[in-house]
Design a binder for this molecule. Structure first.
Ligand SMILES: Cc1cc2nc3c(=O)[nH]c(=O)nc-3n(C[C@H](O)[C@H](O)[C@H](O)COP(=O)(O)O)c2cc1C
Length: 243
């Protein structure tokens, strides 16, 4: 079972990740980072309204990620480092994917902050007619693995259709925030349906905050699970390395 620290903008930097990796994680995710002018402008607006967010200028972002990857690898050489990124076009994501020692570049098709959605990124990516082509351009031009993080149950979007598009585009991981409106748990039925219908490795996410929920997640057939809020809270009632 692959255990992943999920991205949390403004929080999951190398210092944070180096502290939590020893709890038993196999993959540590940096970011989310904005990589081009429209998404960087969106990040600035998010910061301006007081939400935590990584906010690096265009001329610094690539060298910043490179140095963050090095800071983790220096301490935890056996852990895979992933970078969760947002851009309106594939090229900046390809550039990050070719950063030395980065193991996984994760295309963010998940963020629901209005500023990011307004420039066509985050969960709005799921509405692009050329989503498959965008992903395969990244897959074909990077030396690392490619993950695509999606939000499930977005209005007007069939999540299973999206899973097929991402599978067919050749990505290595489909990271699914199985959130469902009005439900406190993850949408385990949807995850099970996805796992039964795609070849790609599925990383299940949402509400893995107890041993009960970890078992419910694993029983869907996922190849791994990720944890965000439970990592900050420090209140997990189970040992991640047991899975
Ligand atoms: C403060 C905060 C910031 C987040 N930032 C990102 C992000 O930058 N990129 C992303 O893909 N998901 C982001 N997420 C979503 C988490 O990775 C995760 O999908 C979500 O919190 C559900 O998982 P959980 O129940 O384990 O927290 C963020 C979540 C939180 C709480």
């Amino acid at each position: 079972m692959i255990k992943v620290v999920a991205p949390m903008a403004g929080i999951t930097n190398s210092v944070f990740l180096n502290n939590v990796i020893p709890y038993g994680f196999d993959v540590a995710t940096l970011g989310g980072y904005s990589l081009d002018a429209p998404t960087i402008e969106a990040s600035k607006k998010i910061v301006a309204r007081g939400r935590k967010e990584f906010d690096f200028p265009l001329e610094e972002i690539f060298s910043h990620i490179e140095s963050e990857v090095a800071s983790i690898k220096k301490v935890h050489s056996d852990v895979k480092v992933s970078a969760n990124v947002r851009a309106t076009t594939p090229q900046p994501i390809i550039d990050v994917g070719n950063i030395k020692n980065l193991d996984i570049v994760e295309i963010n098709c998940h963020c629901r902050q209005n500023e990011i959605v307004d420039v066509g990124c985050g969960q709005e990516m799921l509405k692009r007619d050329d989503l498959g082509n965008y992903i395969s351009q990244v897959v074909d031009n990077v030396n690392c693995e490619v993950s695509v993080k999606i939000r499930a149950n977005v209005d007007g979007i069939n999540t299973l259709d999206i899973a097929h598009i991402i599978d067919d585009a050749g990505a290595d991981y489909l990271h699914v925030d199985a959130m469902k409106k009005g439900v406190f748990d993850a949408d385990y039925n949807l995850l099970r349906e996805i796992c039964n219908n795609v070849q790609i490795q599925v990383i299940g996410n949402n509400s893995v905050n107890s041993i009960l929920n970890a078992h419910k997640m694993i029983e869907t057939g996922v190849s791994g699970f990720s944890i965000a809020r439970g990592v900050i809270s420090g209140n997990l009632d189970f040992d991640i390395s047991d899975f």
